[in-house]
Write a protein that binds this ligand. Structure first.
Ligand code: ADP
Ligand code: MG
Length: 616
């Protein structure tokens, strides 16, 4: 039989490679801008038409190319940036694969004009779908212009696959912003459909950020700076009160290359812990400089992910750097999320005529009637549970009985808590408690009063309970009438298998864990069915982000994660009975004064302190 294997012709190979390099017009923008930066341009102009479908053009004043190179640059694996494999470990350029131009030229109409400083004439090349159409000498200024027209003209499927103009335009802006943020010294202009979107003169970093994001950006930025042997950290983070729901203003750069890193993001968020409302995101512009031989930028085809040699140290350094700046610029203590917006009276109110207030009386109001929880709860946990108080009480059944077992000596180390323990447990347990702002429980104690953070307190209670179940005795579980089927990724299933022994001690019963499916027939008593998937997902998230130094053991991590997912949240209404349960159970804990995440769970105010306040 004759041989059937053949080498693919270049233009076909290029088209295939293009699938990886050029996913959408924004990919062309990225490659052309990066080439201009690599060519040491100080002025770069981006011109786009129809969100890149009809035209993406980049004009730079960089070093340009000579006649041979300007033709050569369209060949696959043609690059001036590396020569040997070892060069990969000392990269200072954006590009290195030599694939971008070959790929782009395979799927578009490309026009290149380029001239080097000392050449009299430049070169003008036209190439369409990998086919050379013409190459002529031309009178040109120094630098290079690439115009990419009719992208995907020969791959209709890809062209039709493009998203709406708005979406593609957004992607282009994203790429432009990333390159512009990485190089504030370069003058960038961006023109879309004939109008100038950005004109960013050469400036310092702060000015560049402000020019890109306008508005209040300047007042929200706090600088960060740290230099160690393995990394230099610089940039800006935003004050927590300017945080937003979206993550659009979060940027990491490593050696001036934009990267995405869930791990480093986690480090930043850890530094903000306690300063942000649930689900809010701070803006940050963080620049890391590391020796190029300690990173591998080769693991992702579009190069936004990087592998670091020493991720754990980077994590710790980054977190403490951010934390330090938040503290140094006095950002942390002035925060007041619970501030009543009514206090901020708009100025024009001063001119407004006063009107007689209307008093509405609810004749049916009965202060002793069962209060229904108002509004929604912010967290995933507790939603169903709230409806039936008994389930709540069952939370503490085990703990209450265990009060006597607790080693009293452990309290003596903490002066405040030991006296409090006596106060609460022996004398004042009949005291009323009050909930304020659906956040704090206030209770009177012998020496004065105590304010407890409900969420943190409950985290502490659950955390100790889980740990105890895991190490001392197994928790009971509730049998499900219909076993739950949950689906996970292969990687997560692997993780679940490892966690299984610990999870079983908290009350989970696994019927089977296989391929991508888990069948659960029993769950911990205080978890509702609908919470199971959330708890497991959060648990795996927490464990995969594997924050160093936070946890001692797997059990500890699991207990922390579950306590975090299941604790009652700020914003949750609590009945008096529930408040009392929290207070009692908290002080039955071994370490009642801090949450599992080392945040204070309560504060006390003595009568003396109160007296002093009234003495003025
Ligand atoms: P890479 O950037 O990975 O080297 P490209 O296909 O993007 O691969 O570019 C190939 C080569 O063309 C580059 O290595 C560079 O020498 C040259 N080149 C590309 N764009 C420019 C430009 N704007 N100015 C000068 N030279 C360029
Ligand atoms: Mg390139």
């Amino acid at each position: 039989m004759s041989s059937i294997i053949q080498l693919l012709p270049d233009h076909v190979a290029n088209q295939i490679a293009a699938g990886e390099v050029v996913q959408r017009p924004a990919s062309v923008v990225k490659e052309l801008l990066e080439n201009a930066v690599d060519a040491k341009a100080t002025n770069i102009k981006l011109i786009v038409k129809d969100a890149g479908r009809s035209l993406v053009q980049v004009i730079d004043n960089g070093q340009g190319m000579n006649v041979t190179d300007s033709r050569m640059c369209f060949e696959r694996h043609a690059t001036s940036k590396i020569r040997h494999a070892e060069d990969l470990f000392s990269l200072y350029t954006k590009g290195f694969r030599g694939e971008a131009l070959a790929s782009i030229a395979a799927i578009a109409h490309v026009e290149l004009k380029t001239k080097q400083e000392n050449d009299e004439l430049g070169t003008h090349i036209i190439i369409e779908g990998s086919k050379f159409i013409s190459q002529d000498p031309a009178v040109l200024p120094k630098g290079t212009s690439f115009a990419v027209k009719n992208l995907f003209f020969n791959i209709p499927a890809r062209r039709n696959f493009l998203k709406s103009e708005t979406v593609e335009h957004r992607h282009i802006i994203d790429e432009f912003q990333r390159v512009a943020l990485a190089h504030p010294a370069i003058h960038f202009t961006f023109i879309h459909n004939g109008s100038e979107l950005f004109n960013l003169p050469s400036s310092n970093l702060r000015q560049r950020i402000v020019n890109l994001f306008a508005g209040k950006t300047n007042e929200k930025l706090v600088p960060i700076s740290e230099e160690t042997e393995i990394v230099k950290v610089q940039g800006f983070i935003a004050k927590p009160e300017f945080s937003k729901k979206s993550r659009t203003e979060q940027f990491f750069f490593v050696n001036d290359r934009f990267i995405k890193s869930g791990y480093l993001h986690h480090a930043v968020m850890a530094a903000y812990e306690g300063l942000l409302k649930d689900g809010m995101q701070p803006a940050y512009f963080i620049y890391l400089e590391v020796p190029p031989n300690t990173i591998d930028i080769n693991i992702h085809p579009t190069k936004t992910e990087i592998k670091f040699d020493d991720e754990h140290s980077l994590y710790a350094i980054l977190r403490s750097t951010v934390k330090h700046s938040l503290g140094q610029f006095n950002v942390a203590p002035v925060l007041d999320f619970e501030r009543d917006p009514n206090l901020d009276t708009p100025y024009h109110y001063q001119e407004k005529e006063a009107s007689v207030p209307l008093i509405q009386i609810d004749a049916n109001f009965n202060p002793f009637a069962d209060d229904k929880p108002s509004k929604s709860y912010s967290g995933s946990s507790y939603r169903e549970k709230r409806a039936d108080a008994p389930a709540w009480e069952s939370l503490y059944v085990g703990l209450k009985n265990d009060v006597q077992e607790i080693d009293v000596h452990s309290f003596e180390q903490v002066a405040v808590s030991s006296s409090l323990f006596n106060d609460v447990d022996l004398e004042e347990s009949q005291n009323r408690t009050y909930q304020i702002h659906k956040k704090y429980i206030v209770s009177s104690i012998k020496s004065g009063m105590m304010v407890i953070d409900q969420q943190r307190a409950h985290q502490r209670i659950l955390y100790e309970q889980y740990l105890k179940n895991m190490t001392v005795h197994q928790a009971s579980s509730q049998q499900l009438l219909f076993p739950l089927e949950l689906f996970f990724s292969v990687h997560e299933i692997q993780l679940l298998n490892e966690l299984k022994p610990s999870l079983v001690t908290t009350g989970f019963v696994f019927d089977s864990i296989e391929n991508d499916k888990v069948i659960i027939s029993g769950i911990p008593v205080h978890v509702t069915e609908s919470e199971v998937s959330i708890v497991l997902e959060e648990l795996m998230n927490d464990l995969q982000s594997d924050t160093p130094e936070n946890s001692f053991s797997l059990n500890d991590s699991i207990a922390k994660s579950m306590a975090k997912s299941l604790a009652v949240r700020t914003g949750t209404y609590l009945t008096e009975k529930e408040q009392e349960n929290i207070v009692n159970s908290l002080f039955a804990c071994k370490e009642p004064d801090v949450s599992p995440f080392h945040k204070p769970t309560f504060i006390t105010i003595s009568v003396d302190d109160l007296d002093k306040k009234f003495a003025i």
